[in-house]
Design a protein around this ligand. Structure first.
Ligand code: SF4
Ligand code: SF4
Length: 261
């Protein structure tokens, strides 16, 4: 049966909406509320950092100045040759958004002013149930056993179904050859080409070398990264002690980026 792009996107959207049933429209995770499980990931290199399920915590109380946000964004974008393209065709792996846009289903009159007014760091949520993966016709985007949602640029045909499928706007499309828009190309990280989609990778390349994600390293403690499946990990300890939010929990994507509030 022939299926055009409009029909496909409509079907993908309906599939996403179908996942809504049975999920709460609002979520505030109490300390210690979350458990995770999954198969072990064996690293390729002896020094590699490995986990059953990687997750990131964003401590919103520690993002107190514009510099903290910018340091994290610069660390990510410089390291990964993310081009600086002004306007609505920008490429972004890590950026800021308002509480209103980042958490549209968690608005109410009693949200504290600090939370309501401060910018929030946003990125790919490395969802457990990622609609972007479900709709990709070439399997160019896929989820690893340790939860990282990856892109294979060589398989990406630029259809942008994954962008339509992601409810977080976490993916960017290269409308142009990005290379002229990169100030200093880092020869150790591959540049992309016109016509492919890209996004945050949880720094899988750094993890493989035994390093934490670049944004985490630059954040001076405002970002915490670790194995959610390990109850002795720092991420689990902090989630036992602090309240946290996740973005758009009603969609059933099960994001693995947590906002400590
Ligand atoms: S945030 Fe978007 S791009 Fe990232 S895994 Fe979830 S659905 Fe996919
Ligand atoms: S985890 Fe790595 S790729 Fe993702 S936002 Fe942080 S620095 Fe960028």
């Amino acid at each position: 049966m022939a299926i055009n792009r409009r029909t496909f996107l409509k079907a993908a959207g309906l599939t996403t909406l179908a996942g809504v049933a049975g999920h709460a429209a609002m979520e505030l995770l109490a300390p210690g509320a979350l458990e995770a499980s999954g198969p072990s990931k064996v690293g390729e290199y002896p020094e590699a950092l490995t986990a059953k399920r990687w997750a990131m915590l964003i401590d919103t109380e520690k993002f107190t100045t514009a510099q903290v946000y910018q340091k994290c964004i610069d660390a990510c974008h410089v390291l990964h040759n993310v081009p600086h393209i002004p306007g609505d065709q920008e490429i972004k792996w890590l950026w800021t958004d308002s509480f209103k846009h980042a958490f549209p289903d968690q608005q109410h009159a009693l949200v504290p002013d600090r939370v309501k007014n401060q910018p929030f760091m946003v990125l790919c949520n490395h969802c457990d149930n990622p609609p972007c993966v479900r709709v990709c016709p070439t399997k160019a985007t896929f989820k690893r056993d340790d939860g990282i949602v990856m892109m294979d640029m060589h398989r990406c045909i630029g259809c942008r179904y994954c962008m339509a499928g992601c409810p977080y706007g976490a993916r960017s499309f290269n409308f142009w050859d990005p290379r002229p828009f990169i100030e200093n190309i880092d020869p150790y990280y591959p540049t992309r080409m016109k016509g492919v989609v890209e996004k945050c990778t949880f720094c899988e390349d750094r993890l493989a070398k035994g390093q934490l994600p670049a944004c985490v390293e630059a954040s001076e403690g405002a970002l915490i990264f670790g194995d959610l499946a390990n109850e002795d990990s720092e991420v689990r300890r902090v989630l036992r002690e602090r309240y946290s939010l996740r973005r758009k929990p009603s969609l059933g994507t099960n994001p693995h980026v947590f906002y400590l509030i």
